[in-house]
Structures are given as C-alpha cells and as structure tokens.
Write a protein of this length. Sequence first.
Length: 101
Amino acid sequence: MSEQSSLNNAQRRFLRGLGHQLNPIVQVGQRDISENLVANVEAGLKAHELIKVKVHDGDRLDETAERLCKDTGAEVVQKIGKVLLLWRQNKEEPKITLPKS
C-alpha cells in the first residue's frame, strides 16, 4: 500500500459506505499470491472499481494489501478483520464518481 493516498477523507468515507454492502469477490488462501489471483483482482477492479478481498490468514493482511496494491495499482480504502476494500478508478469507463471533498 502506498504511503501517499490519492483519496481524501471524504472520498474514503464515501467508498467505505459503498463497500459496506459488497461481498468479497476474491479470496486469498494460505498459499502465496499467484498470477491468477492478481488477474482476478485486476478483473474485479476493472469491472467494479471497488471490491472486497477476503484474506484467510489475517496475520498476512498488511502484506497481502501491499502486494495487491503494488501489482494492480489499487488503493486500500479499508482493512477490517480479514477483509480488504480495494479501489481503482477505471479510466476508460468510470463507474463511481467520487465527491470532490
């Protein structure tokens, strides 16, 4: 996860509200993050912009978040329990309009 976020607090709060109703579409098992898993996260971000990822080993949540963000260009909106809420704007077909402030 990058230290500098492009999201401000209002945008983060807005995305958390949208993410509340989502179910995880990707699950990270006990094995290392594979190319296939990254491809699934990519596809989810492209289709939805905002996705939940369930990490079965909660101790690896930060490591998993950092790796997925690095590999996909996504941002962590929220980490709660064993679930990551990731966001990446689809530049070609944006689906979510963020508030300005």
